[in-house]
Design a protein around this ligand. Structure first.
Ligand SMILES: *[C@@H]1O[C@H](CO)[C@@H](O)[C@H](O)[C@H]1NC(C)=O
Ligand SMILES: *[C@@H]1O[C@H](CO)[C@@H](O)[C@H](O)[C@H]1NC(C)=O
Ligand SMILES: *[C@@H]1O[C@H](CO)[C@@H](O)[C@H](O)[C@H]1NC(C)=O
Ligand SMILES: *[C@@H]1O[C@H](CO)[C@@H](O)[C@H](O)[C@H]1NC(C)=O
Ligand SMILES: *[C@@H]1O[C@H](CO)[C@@H](O)[C@H](O)[C@H]1NC(C)=O
Ligand SMILES: *[C@@H]1O[C@H](CO)[C@@H](O)[C@H](O)[C@H]1NC(C)=O
Ligand SMILES: *[C@@H]1O[C@H](CO)[C@@H](O)[C@H](O)[C@H]1NC(C)=O
Ligand SMILES: *[C@@H]1O[C@H](CO)[C@@H](O)[C@H](O)[C@H]1NC(C)=O
Ligand SMILES: *[C@@H]1O[C@H](CO)[C@@H](O)[C@H](O)[C@H]1NC(C)=O
Length: 393
C-alpha cells in the first residue's frame, strides 16, 4: 500500500479522496462535496470532513484548498481521541450575510479538542459590513471553547460581524502571525477576546479593528503578548471587571508591542460597581505609542453606557508595571491613573515613561486619583503617583 500513490488509493476506494503525506492523512473538503464557488453552503461538507479527520487514528489534516467557500454556522467538536488534527485553510471562507443562525454565538467554533493546529495562510471573511450597527446580536468569527494545547498561525480574519477570535475556557493556546482587520468604525469588532483561560500567547501579529485589539476579561491569567501591532482600535485592554463578583485577571505580560493611532494604548478598566475582584501582577514593557489618545489609562469609573451607578469600584488593582513606554499621545493627558476611592491602586510602577503630546500647544500631563506607587527613570510626563495617600490624593 505504501508504494501506491494517493490517487491510485483514491481510485481503488472510490468516492472519498483521502491522501497521506508527511503531515498525515489529508481530508480535503472538495472530496466531501464542497464547492469553491462562493455561494454554495459548504457546512455539511466541512462537518463530514471533520468527522472523518477526528476519527482518524494518527495525524490528520483537514484541508480547505484555494478558492472561496461559503459556510454557514459550523461547530467542530471533539474529543478527537486518536487523531492529532491540523486544520489547514488555504482558501477564503465566507460567512453568511445574515447572522441569524449564530446570534450571540460563533460562526465557526471549536470545542473539547486538544493539540489542534489551525494554519495555512487563508482568510476568514465575516462579511460584517452587511450588519454592523444594524443588529442586536454579538456574532463571533472563531470561537474556541474548552480547547487545550492549540496553535493558530498564519491566518487572516477580516470584517468580523463582531469579535474576531473568542477564547473561552482554554489552556495553552498560541496565536502567531495572525492578521486581523476591520474598519475603525465597525462596532465591537475586538481582535482577540480572552476569558477564563490560562497560558495564552499572542505573538507577532497585526490587529486593526473597531474595538479592543486584545481584551482580557474575567478569568484571564498567565497571558503573554509580544510583537503585536495594534491600530486602529481601542488598544490592549484588561477588563472591564466588576460586572459580577469575584472576577480576577492576573499574571499578564505585554512586551514589545506598537500601538498606532488607537483610542487607548494600555488600558485597565473596571465598572463603578460594588462587586469585588482583583487585577494583579500586570507588566507592560517596551511599548511604542504613535499618536495614541490615552496611552496609559487606568479607568475605575468605566461607563460606556450613559446610566451607570455612581459608586466607587470595589475591584482592587495591584502590582502593575509600565516599563519603557515611549512615543506620542494625541491628547495632553498621556497618563491617566483614575483609581477607586474605596480601593486605591497599589504598587503601580512607572519606569522610563517618555510620552510627548502630539499637538500644537502645551505638554503631556499625568492625572492621578487614588493611585499609589512610584516612578523611576524618565518621567515624561512628570509622575503624579504617591507612595502613600494621606488626606489628599
Ligand atoms: C457544539 O457542539 C457541542 C457538542 O455537540 C455542544 O455541546 C456545543 O454547545 C455546541 N456549541 C455551539 C456553539 O453550538
Ligand atoms: C483541557 O484541560 C483541562 C484541565 O487540565 C481538562 O479538564 C480538560 O478535560 C482538557 N480538555 C480536553 C478536551 O481534553
Ligand atoms: C443577543 O444578546 C443581546 C444582548 O445581550 C440580547 O439583547 C438579544 O436579545 C440576544 N439575542 C438572541 C437571539 O439571543
Ligand atoms: C502547549 O501546546 C503546545 C502546542 O500544542 C505543545 O507543544 C506544548 O507541549 C504544550 N505545553 C504544555 C505545557 O502542555
Ligand atoms: C493584513 O491584511 C490586510 C488586509 O487583509 C493587508 O492589507 C495587510 O497588508 C496585512 N498586514 C500584514 C502585516 O500582513
Ligand atoms: C512570551 O513569549 C515570548 C516569545 O515566545 C518569550 O520570549 C517570553 O519568554 C514569553 N514570556 C512569558 C512571560 O512567558
Ligand atoms: C518586536 O516586535 C517586532 C514586530 O512588531 C519584531 O519584528 C521584533 O523582532 C520584536 N523584537 C523582539 C526583541 O522581540
Ligand atoms: C483578591 O485579593 C485579596 C487579597 O489578596 C484576596 O483576599 C481575595 O480573596 C482575592 N479575591 C479573589 C476573588 O480572588
Ligand atoms: C507574574 O506573572 C508572570 C507572567 O506574566 C509570572 O511568570 C510570575 O510568576 C507572576 N508573579 C507572581 C508573583 O505571581
Amino acid at each position: 500500500m505504501a508504494s501506491k500513490s494517493c490517487l491510485e488509493i483514491a481510485f481503488i476506494f472510490g468516492l472519498v479522496l483521502v491522501c497521506t503525506n508527511a503531515e498525515g492523512k489529508v481530508f480535503n473538503v472538495l472530496s466531501y462535496g464542497a464547492k469553491a464557488d462562493g455561494v454554495t453552503d459548504n457546512s455539511k461538507a466541512f462537518l463530514k470532513a471533520w468527522a472523518d479527520a477526528c476519527k482518524w487514528n494518527g495525524q490528520a489534516k483537514l484541508l480547505i484548498p484555494l478558492g472561496v467557500y461559503m459556510v454557514n454556522v459550523v461547530n467542530f467538536s471533539g474529543p478527537c481521541e486518536k487523531s492529532t488534527l491540523t486544520f489547514q485553510i488555504k482558501g477564503i471562507i465566507k460567512a453568511p450575510i445574515d447572522p441569524k443562525s449564530f446570534c450571540n454565538s460563533s460562526w465557526i467554533s471549536f470545542q473539547y479538542i486538544n493539540d489542534l493546529k489551525i494554519k495555512g495562510g487563508g482568510t476568514l471573511d465575516g462579511q460584517g459590513s452587511f450588519t454592523w450597527g444594524k443588529h442586536q446580536c454579538s456574532s463571533m468569527t472563531l470561537g474556541f471553547n474548552f480547547v487545550n494545547n492549540t496553535v493558530v498561525r498564519d491566518i487572516h480574519s477580516i470584517n468580523s460581524k463582531n469579535i474576531h477570535f473568542k477564547v473561552f475556557a482554554c489552556k495553552n493556546m498560541t496565536f502567531s502571525h495572525v492578521n486581523v482587520t476591520a474598519p475603525r468604525d465597525s462596532p465591537n469588532t475586538d481582535g482577540i477576546h480572552i476569558s477564563h483561560s490560562t497560558n495564552i500567547h499572542v505573538l507577532d501579529s497585526y490587529i486593526g479593528t473597531g474595538d479592543d485589539c486584545i481584551a482580557m476579561i474575567a478569568g484571564s491569567n498567565n497571558i503573554n503578548i509580544s510583537g503585536v501591532t495594534c491600530g486602529p482600535g481601542h488598544g490592549i485592554s484588561i477588563g472591564s471587571l466588576g460586572n459580577s463578583p469575584n472576577e480576577v485577571v492576573k499574571d499578564i505580560h505585554v512586551k514589545n508591542c506598537t500601538l498606532i493611532a488607537t483610542q487607548n494604548g494600555l488600558r485597565i478598566k473596571t465598572w463603578a460597581s460594588s462587586n469585588v475582584g482583583n487585577i494583579t501582577n500586570i507588566t507592560f514593557e517596551d511599548i511604542i505609542m504613535e499618536k495614541v489618545r490615552n496611552p496609559i489609562f487606568i479607568d475605575q469609573h468605566y461607563c460606556p453606557i450613559h446610566h451607570c451607578r455612581k459608586q466607587p469600584s470595589s475591584v482592587q488593582i495591584k502590582d502593575v508595571t509600565f516599563n519603557n513606554i515611549r512615543g506620542s499621545s494625541s491628547s495632553r493627558r498621556a497618563v491617566i491613573l483614575d483609581c477607586s476611592a474605596l480601593f486605591s491602586c497599589e504598587k503601580i510602577n512607572l519606569n522610563d515613561i517618555n510620552l510627548a503630546y502630539h499637538g500644537r500647544h502645551g505638554h503631556a500631563i499625568a492625572f492621578c486619583a487614588h493611585a499609589k506607587g512610584k516612578a523611576t527613570g524618565k518621567e515624561l510626563p512628570p509622575s503624579c503617583l504617591k507612595e502613600s495617600l494621606n488626606s489628599s490624593t
